[in-house]
Design a protein around this ligand. Structure first.
Ligand SMILES: Nc1ncnc2c1ncn2[C@@H]1O[C@H](COP(=O)(O)OP(=O)(O)O)[C@@H](O)[C@H]1O
Ligand SMILES: Cc1ncc(C[n+]2csc(CCOP(=O)(O)OP(=O)(O)O)c2C)c(N)n1
Ligand SMILES: [Mg+2]
Ligand SMILES: [Mg+2]
Ligand SMILES: [Mg+2]
Length: 326
C-alpha cells in the first residue's frame, strides 16, 4: 500500500471533523488512570505526585503548518515552541518547571538551525528558571518540534475551563490579534510595514506570571488563547455550561492598533482580534466582586445559556483556527 492508497473505512476522514469533534471521539476510548484527577480536555493534565499535584501539557509545531523556515529562524521557533507550552501551564494557574523537547528533522537541516532552536528555548525558559531536561530526536520529511511542559500548582487547585458561572466577569491578559496581523504581513510579503506585529507573530510574548496570579485571585475558569478569542471563549462556555458575551468596546483599542495594517493589506482588524490565534494571552473568568490581578482587563460577562456573543450578537459558528474541518 502506498501513502496515496486510501485505507478502507466507512467512517469520516479526520479532515471532515473539527478538532473538538475528533477529540470527542478519542476521549471515551482512552484509559482512565487510578490517579486521573482531571480528564483530558483542558489546557494541561493534572497529575498526582507524592507531595501534591502538578500539570503536564504538550503541543507540537509543524513546519509549514505552524511556521515557515523562510520566515522563522531556529531561535524564533524555539521561542514559540516554549511560549506556546508555557502558556498552557500558566492557563492552569501553575508555574512552569521543566520541558522535554522532541525534534523531527530532515537530514538537510543545518545544524546551526537546531542550535538556534536550543538558544530560543533557553531564551524563554532560562529567565523563568525552567529547565529543558530531555527529549528525543528523529528524522522525518519536515521539521516537527514537540514540547512537553510541566508545572507546579503550589498546592492550589488547577483553574479548569469548566468553572465559569453566570455573573462572572470575563477578563483577558496579554494581546489579541497581533500574531494574526503579523502572519498576514508575512503572507503578503509586507513585513516592512510593521515589524512589531511581525515580531508578535514570530516571538509571541505571553503573560505567564498572570496565570498563577489569576488562580490566587480566585479565577473560576481560564485558558490561553491559541485558536482565537471566539473559538477559545466558546471552549470555556461549553465546558462550563454558560454563555460568554464579549464587549466590543473593550476590544476597541486592540482593533484600532491594527487598523492601519488592515487598511494596507485589505484585511479586517476585527477578524484578527476575534479569530486570530497564537497570541497566547490568558482568557479567564472571575467572580464579579474579585479584584482583577494585573494585567487582566474586563472584556465581557458570563451569562446563562450557551455559546459566545459579541455585544449580544452570536458569534459565527466557524470562528478561529481549526487544523481540520473547522
Ligand atoms: N491525541 C490526543 N489524545 C488525548 N488527548 C488529547 C489529544 N489531543 C489533544 N488532547 C487533549 O485535548 C485538550 C485540548 O487540546 P488542545 O486544543 O490542543 O489544547 P490547547 O489549545 O490548550 O493546546 C487538551 O486537554 C489535550 O491534552
Ligand atoms: C505558516 C503558518 N500558517 C498558518 C499559521 C496560523 N496557525 C497555525 S496553527 C494555529 C493555531 C494554534 O496552533 P494549535 O496547534 O491549534 O495549538 P493549540 O491550540 O493546540 O495550542 C494558527 C493560528 C501559522 N502560524 N503559520
Ligand atoms: Mg491552551
Ligand atoms: Mg494543544
Ligand atoms: Mg496550546
Amino acid at each position: 500500500m502506498t501513502a496515496d492508497t486510501p485505507v478502507p473505512s466507512d467512517g469520516p476522514l479526520v479532515a471532515e471533523l473539527s478538532e473538538d469533534a475528533l477529540l470527542a471521539r478519542i476521549f471515551p476510548l482512552l484509559p482512565v488512570g487510578a490517579d486521573t484527577h482531571v480528564p483530558p480536555g483542558d489546557d494541561a493534565a493534572v497529575v498526582a505526585a507524592p507531595d501534591g499535584r502538578f500539570v503536564v501539557t504538550t503541543d507540537v509545531l509543524v513546519e509549514d503548518r505552524h511556521f515557515r523556515r523562510a520566515w522563522s529562524s531556529g531561535e524564533d521557533v524555539g521561542r514559540r515552541a516554549a511560549v506556546q507550552n508555557l502558556a498552557d501551564v500558566a492557563a492552569m494557574g501553575a508555574r512552569p518547571t521543566s520541558l522535554v523537547v522532541s525534534l523531527v528533522m530532515p537530514g538537510d537541516l543545518p545544524v546551526s538551525w537546531v542550535e538556534g532552536l536550543a538558544r530560543g528555548l533557553a531564551a524563554e525558559c532560562g529567565p523563568l528558571g525552567v529547565g529543558v531536561v530531555g527529549g528525543d530526536l528523529s528524522g522525518g520529511p519536515v521539521v516537527v518540534v514537540a514540547v512537553t511542559a510541566h508545572g507546579d500548582l503550589a498546592g492550589r487547585a488547577p483553574v479548569l475551563r469548566s468553572g465559569a458561572r453566570p455573573g462572572d466577569l470575563v477578563a483577558h491578559a496579554g494581546v489579541v490579534g497581533r500574531s494574526a496581523a503579523g502572519l498576514a504581513l508575512l503572507e503578503a510579503g509586507r513585513a516592512d510595514l510593521d515589524r512589531a506585529l511581525v515580531d508578535a507573530h514570530l516571538r509571541p510574548v505571553a503573560p505567564l506570571a498572570a496565570g498563577p496570579l489569576a488562580a490566587a485571585a480566585g479565577a473560576t475558569a481560564m485558558l490561553d488563547v491559541s485558536d482565537g478569542l471566539l473559538r477559545d471563549a466558546g471552549r470555556i462556555a461549553r465546558a462550563s455550561g454558560v454563555r460568554i458575551d464579549l464587549d466590543a468596546a473593550a476590544l476597541a483599542a486592540d482593533r484600532e492598533r491594527l487598523g492601519v495594517v488592515a487598511g494596507e493589506l485589505g484585511g479586517v482588524a476585527e477578524r484578527w482580534v476575534l479569530d486570530g490565534g497564537e497570541d497566547h494571552g490568558l482568557l479567564a473568568t472571575f467572580p464579579a466582586d474579585s479584584p482583577l490581578p494585573v494585567p487582566f482587563r474586563v472584556v465581557g460577562r458570563v451569562g446563562e445559556g450557551s455559546g459566545v456573543s459579541v455585544d449580544g450578537v452570536p458569534a459565527p459558528a466557524r470562528s478561529g483556527w481549526d487544523h481540520f474541518a473547522g
